[in-house]
Design a protein around this ligand. Structure first.
Ligand code: AMP
Ligand code: ZN
Length: 277
């Protein structure tokens, strides 16, 4: 089977058997400017879903400008609408400045760049997506990303953090939480890259200049010594044991952050805790 058929059949199967979405549902596709979200949006559109794009302009200099241009080009090619969230305009500063402020605070000095950025991006995506009339948010996470996160959570002693993860978010139902889907959940990263090139999708090939999360990089390097079959097995085993992991979660359900009102595991959400609002 060639790369086109292989990737398309994995994604169609994921959409049909795991995500089980009706074509009436509206999906906001979170577009970073990279290959993964470009392929994810392209394939959702190809499978007949109603999508519109959302891009956070992180304001990280030339890298962010190139990401934004790629996203604009992709949405034009797909004939879909695009919402751009400008961090400087909306939050008063770009990701770099905001992140450094967090890392200068007591208790956050050793926190990795990607960990801070990830919390801020998730908070923005959930909050903003409620403003549009959509049912789901789709991200471009691929099989390699999911293996890394699963292993990282175990190695850090918090396997329960993986409990809601999957091709579609599990166990969370709240009017303020927009469910998330990951159409590339079962597609290995090298196949996503090959597909994006073959289909000539616009994307920025370089990595984020701030991605210096050493532990995740070490795990990625280890995973890259394994073939795709072994990575698929890690995810299969994760799915086999996740009901037990879900049982390890604390009894506290979703509540609303007392500072920003967003869904939160604790009284104050991770974003407000970190940024110190
Ligand atoms: P990352 O955390 O950079 O690996 O990105 C994971 C997924 O989050 C991507 O595939 C996108 O769907 C989404 N994402 C990352 N960065 C952005 C961004 N700047 N704007 C919108 N969505 C993003
Ligand atoms: Zn909050």
């Amino acid at each position: 089977m060639n790369i086109k058929t292989r990737v398309e059949s994995i994604v169609s199967k994921t959409l049909k058997d795991k995500i089980k979405l009706s074509k009436q549902k509206k999906i906001l596709v979170a577009l970073s400017g990279g290959k993964d979200s470009a392929v994810m949006a392209y394939l959702l559109k190809k499978n007949g879903f109603q999508i519109e794009g959302f891009h956070i302009d992180l304001k990280l200099g030339g890298y962010s400008d190139r990401c934004k241009s790629s996203v604009v080009e992709l949405c034009e090619n797909l004939g879909i609408g695009l919402h751009i969230y400008d961090m400087k305009k909306e939050m008063g500063s770009g990701m770099c400045y905001l992140r450094q402020n967090v890392q200068n605070r007591e208790g956050y000095k050793g926190v990795k760049n990607c960990a801070v950025c990830g919390v801020i991006k998730k908070w923005i995506i959930n909050r903003e997506s409620r403003k549009f009339k959509i049912d789901f948010v789709a991200t471009g996470h691929n099989l390699d990303d999911e293996c890394q996160t699963f292993l990282l959570n175990i190695f850090k002693g918090s396997p329960e953090l993986s409990a809601n993860s999957g091709a579609i978010t599990r166990n969370v139902s709240d009017k303020k939480f927009i469910p998330r889907i990951k159409p590339l959940f079962y597609v290995p990263e090298d196949m996503v890259r090959e597909y994006a090139k073959k289909m000539k999708l616009p994307f920025v090939p370089e990595k984020c200049p701030c991605a210096l999360d050493s532990y995740r990089i070490q795990i990625r390097e280890f995973l890259n010594t394994l073939d795709n079959k072994k990575k698929e097995n890690i995810i299969k085993n994760f799915e086999r044991i996740y009901p037990k992991i879900a049982g390890m979660k604390s009894g506290v359900g979703i509540q609303y952050c007392e500072k920003c009102g967003e869904p939160s595991r604790g009284k104050v959400c991770k974003m407000c805790e970190m940024v110190g609002y």
